[in-house]
Ligand binder design. Structure first.
Ligand code: DP6
Length: 355
């Protein structure tokens, strides 16, 4: 390998969970299995540039730029993660590392930026590993390892290294599933579920009062902890069966049950866990009303925040868009919503595309 700077770039999408990962054990191992839709448009682009250190010091050496600025809190978080990765990526201390990262979606919009950013970071690190070891992995091993590394950064990021529907967590619903890494949940080519769409309705872009990490920690002592685990497992079983049989109504009702359960758990966690806003409830009411009157296969899901993801199928796009404009955008902050859909997963970039 040359002594020059080497550049590696990946663009990775965020994802939205239908079955929620909520509660974890040590090392970001999930308490229950989760299932998500990888988005297409909401992405993080990260470039890692690295060169061999001249001195032999054994500390992680990194700079982290976010939208062109050095961000000390990102740098600290990344340094902590890289130090944790040293037992399996010891080469990291031999290089000077520089990360340049950008999100293409606004901050705090209900799109999990840790999922896309940790997934892009992990893909860069595993690409670097291939280069420094001079050994190419099979694509299957490469993405599995990236998912495992991404998980150590942020649990939901483990799912963002794959496109389509993605499952993470050991479950009898999928033979090859694991707590350590996510697995693509493959659909038949002609499945209508390949055309899932997501409109993200921005009710509020204010910083959340409870971070996901804090929310997971609150589950450790939560009075409904055991109940939640068995509910999530049952919901995962039911939704995978509904996906197999194209039972769109069950898919919708399980996804909505998960969104409301997540917030019920937050609200009963003994901390300030009321993250829903009046606009969130208005949107839920409107979606139910519109679904009842039209029979369309639309449903909502919500992450740990106030913003609503309206999920629908491409063949109903025209009606859904006019419904959003006419009935839902009034509840969005500044009328703001994001038009996204299920995507194919991360893309490797060439050094010429460097940001
Ligand atoms: C509600 O993956 O953000 O979005 O592992 O602490 O980084 P950490 O948490 P994170 O939790 C995501 C929780 C969720 C549900 C989900 O995406 O499954």
């Amino acid at each position: 390998m040359s002594e020059e700077n080497i550049n590696i770039g990946w663009r990775a999408p965020s994802n939205i969970a239908l079955i929620k990962y909520w509660g974890k054990r040590a090392n970001q191992l999930p308490e229950n299995g989760s299932l998500s839709i990888t988005l297409e448009k909401s992405t993080t682009t990260t470039f890692l540039s690295f060169r061999k250190k001249e001195s032999g010091n054994s500390e992680i050496a990194l700079n982290y730029y976010f939208h062109g600025d050095r961000l000390p809190q990102f740098e600290k978080k990344t340094e902590l993660l890289l130090n944790n990765l040293l037992p399996e990526m010891p080469f990291l201390v031999d290089y000077e590392l520089e990360f340049h990262s950008e999100n293409n979606f606004p901050h705090s919009t209900g799109i999990a930026s840790s999922a896309s950013s940790m997934s892009a970071l992990a893909l860069c690190l595993v690409s670097m590993e291939e280069l420094v070891n001079g050994k190419k992995m099979s694509r299957e091993i490469f993405f599995r390892r990236s998912s495992h590394i991404a998980r150590l950064g942020s649990g939901s990021a483990s799912r963002s290294v794959y496109g389509g529907l993605v499952l993470w967590g050991n479950t009898p619903c999928l033979k090859e599933s694991s707590d350590e890494y996510a697995t693509p949940y493959l659909l038949p080519e002609d499945s209508r579920l390949n055309k899932l769409m997501d409109i993200i309705l921005i009710v509020s872009s204010m910083q959340k009062s409870v971070s996901s990490s804090k929310g997971h920690a609150l589950m450790n002592e939560h009075p409904y902890r055991d109940g939640r685990k068995s509910q999530a497992n049952t919901n995962l079983e039911k939704i995978t069966e509904a996906i197999r049989t194209n039972d769109y109504q069950t898919i919708a009702s399980i996804a909505e049950n998960e969104a409301l359960s997540l917030h019920a758990l937050l609200m009963t966690s003994g901390s300030d866990g009321l993250l829903l806003k009046p606009g969130t409830l208005h949107i839920i009411e409107e979606i139910k009303r519109y679904r009842d009157s039209t029979g369309l296969d639309i449903f909502y899901t919500i992450d740990a925040g106030p913003n609503v993801h309206l999920i629908y199928y491409e063949d109903q796009r025209e009606q859904v868009l006019s419904f959003v404009q006419k009935s839902l955008s009034q509840y969005c902050e500044g009328g703001q919503w994001i038009d996204d859909k299920m995507g194919n997963g991360p893309v490797q970039l060439t050094p010429e595309q460097k940001i």
